[in-house]
Design a protein around this ligand. Structure first.
Ligand code: NAD
Ligand code: GLY
Length: 352
């Protein structure tokens, strides 16, 4: 088991280990004064893990409540958020109580945002059950729901009191969802850590989950400590995301987030090299590692379609856009360009 301390506006520990679900009660008891623990989860995770978590919270002396919503990104919206907030109020949950987010990134983002705004803030604990949530979304305090205009457009920075990552829960993940998380894992290696990238090449991540999750959480911890509210360096975590979001959008979200981010990393690395923005072409090595973990590396959408989608992203500011490009493998930098320069860059990346 490994404990990683996060030093943000709130300090907390990320516990990573096998079989930790049985410690949820003790973990929540150790970090809150709560009388009631509200388990928020989706309808798939509910059937798999909620009973164990609720039992364990009750054994630790909590009154427990459970709020379940349909799984998937479509639930990460103001309607479900409103239902959750009303549920908390109807059940007399107070500011002294605690929300336990049990699930993937959708559960963590929605429950975290509810915790941030309910009575101006109640404690919450993240219990991630997808690889993506273990390595990324449960750490760092970004919480949000989607608006009709786009993803994550309403949210708050609100750090959890603790993160309890039981990677045994990943054994029930469908292969495609595990692979999606691997795109984010590979992303950490490509942005920050060549040796970790090589580790993923030489080892099977499935058999080294504790090492893999702990390395990603440590890398994220460091960037969050430096730039909690995402004004600079934290933006590096968006490597592959500008084109990834465009690919997801063009496919009407039939291409998964991880697949799209992987393709985005490859395309932008190749484009950056061909445009003279970097001296090294990292695209081949990134593509090979993505393929090793069952992820695609090419798209059939045109450069024009991708550029139009990327520039319609509601979070993009004004006449400039910041790209994340690998100077070398394991060392990405932020590179701001005028929006009109984006199309020729994507076109270069897509040339045969
Ligand atoms: P998800 O939460 O939708 O989970 C994917 C699917 O896996 C769901 O159907 C879920 O029910 C199922 N599932 C979860 N755990 C399972 C388990 N152990 N066994 C079997 N099935 C399980 O998706 P995700 O990929 O975990 O998260 C994506 C979300 O995370 C997006 O909304 C994205 O915006 C957000 N995100 C947030 C941050 C952040 O910093 N807050 C970072 C990255 C992504
Ligand atoms: N997943 C991006 C971030 O936490 O900033």
């Amino acid at each position: 088991m490994q404990n990683i301390e996060v030093q943000a506006s709130r300090k907390y520990t990320v516990q990573i280990g096998a079989g930790l679900l049985k410690n949820v009660g003790a973990c929540v008891r150790a970090v809150t004064q709560a009388e009631t623990a509200v388990v928020v989860t989706d309808d798939i995770v509910d059937g798999l893990y909620a009973a164990q978590v609720l039992d364990c919270l009750q054994e630790a002396g909590f009154r427990t409540l459970r709020f379940v919503f349909p799984n998937g990104e479509a639930s990460k919206n103001l309607t479900v958020l409103g239902r959750l907030l009303e549920f908390l109020a109807e059940n007399h949950v107070t500011r002294a109580d605690c929300i336990v987010a049990l699930g993937g990134g959708v559960v963590g983002d929605l429950a975290g945002f509810a915790a941030a705004v309910y009575q101006r803030g109640v404690d919450f604990v993240q219990v991630p059950t997808t690889l993506l949530a273990c390595v990324d979304s449960s750490v760092g305090g970004k919480t949000a729901v989607d608006l009709k205009a786009g993803k994550n457009l309403a949210g708050a920075f609100y750090q959890p009191k603790a993160v309890l990552c039981d990677y045994e829960t990943l054994s029930t993940l469908p292969d495609a969802i595990f692979a999606d998380g691997m795109a984010e894992v590979i992303k950490y290696g490509a942005i920050f850590d060549r040796a970790f990238f090589d580790f993923l090449k030489e080892n099977d991540a499935h058999a080294a989950l504790e090492t893999v999750i702990a390395r990603c959480v440590t890398l994220k911890r460091d960037v969050v400590a430096e730039d909690e509210t995402d004004r600079g360096r934290r933006g590096l975590l968006n490597f592959g995301h500008t084109l990834g979001h465009a690919i997801e959008g063009c496919s009407n979200f039939t291409i998964s987030h991880g697949s799209a981010v992987g393709i985005g990393m490859v395309l932008l690395s190749r484009a950056a090299y061909r445009c003279g923005l970097t001296k090294t072409d990292c695209s081949g090595e990134i593509a090979a590692l993505l393929q090793q973990y069952g992820l695609p590396t090419e798209t059939t959408y045109t450069a024009e379609a991708l550029c139009e989608k990327a520039l319609s992203d509601k979070k993009r500011s004004g006449s400039h856009i910041t790209l994340i490009i690998p100077e070398t493998l394991g060392h990405c930098v932020l590179h701001t360009i005028e929006t009109k320069a984006l199309l020729p860059i994507i076109q270069k990346g897509m040339e045969a």
